[in-house]
Write a protein that binds this ligand. Sequence first.
Ligand code: ADP
Ligand code: MG
Length: 359
Amino acid sequence: MIYLLSANLDIKNEKDEIHSLRFQTAVKAIKKLLGRNNKVVVLSHHGRPKGFEKKLSLKPLEKLFERELKRDVIFFKDFNFNKMRVTIKEAKPGTIFLLENLRFLDGETKNSLKLGKELASLGDVFVNDDFATAHRKNASNFAITKFIKSKMGDTLKSEVVNLGKAIKKPKHPFVLIIGGAKMADKMGVINNLLPKIDHLLLGGGPANTFLRAAGFEIENSIYEPEMLHASKRLLKNKKIVMPIDWVKENSRILDIGKDTVKLFSTIISKAKLIIWSGPMGFFEDEKFTKGSDDIARAVVKSRGFCIIGGGDTTRVIDKLKISKNIGFVSTGGGAMLDFLAGKRMPAILALNKNAKIKA
Ligand code: ADP
Ligand code: MG
């Protein structure tokens, strides 16, 4: 059997590639699909290239996969589909193939049917295990499903199951923690989950916007003027908990303060379900990472089930080496936010449709 696997290899931190959640998730999926006698063709992307960009090539991953999987990996540096079909067919079972960054092709993000069909022709069954792009229609996660038997990979399945816990019948107290840079990105989640949660704890940029809406002087802190109106309206909601103290430098709020950590930690300790998206402060600077670190520790200590997502929030957890103690770490950033906001996920819906055009 030849499996086509859509995996997320969009890994930012080059040094940590091997240890990254995304790389390890792909390794696990490949191992499982290889079984004893199968071949696996990996479809993926990296960054937002405009045509071919050497620095966004997936070529460096060939060696990393070989080292991790101890199998032959064949990297296809161009998109010569005729040649690829032959090479894949003739290779011995147990071989892994890696296509170059699919976003080097225009058709990928345009969800080109032609590209979807070419990709489908490389194998027998398509397995989508890339949750992080599931909120977008691409040739390698949407068009392709029209031409080949398609199913969900284990990781995609567990994303749907775990994130589903928040949407359907959540356990209470249910606490949502929102921080990070932009509130606009997270407004959909706030609006969709507000009726279901018991407390919304705010840090980072979103907290600043709320503080300003409540009349506090935030000076030069980051905030979003266009969200002031929505924040003012939400302020009346008793579920919303703003910081009560903060750490400032050069007239900018850069972290939550000690008393806020205490207040948030008490609420977190009683929670049965926690969702956390966005660091509490400018955590890249050691001086302002304490708020995020302490909240991470409070989350681990709590007996509630915790779901974490977003590249930066995951980085906080990774840095403290506590990922194993977190209920569920989502591989998606924007996709997780869309899912929790109750939006349609086209790539997931596509897998549930059975009618296929013959390739
Ligand atoms: P995630 O990737 O987890 O979704 P975001 O991308 O929304 O998180 O936000 C992370 C960014 O927000 C980090 O770069 C962090 O430094 C920044 N940030 C958080 N709080 C502040 C603050 N008070 N001032 C400036 N930047 C902040
Ligand atoms: Mg981020």
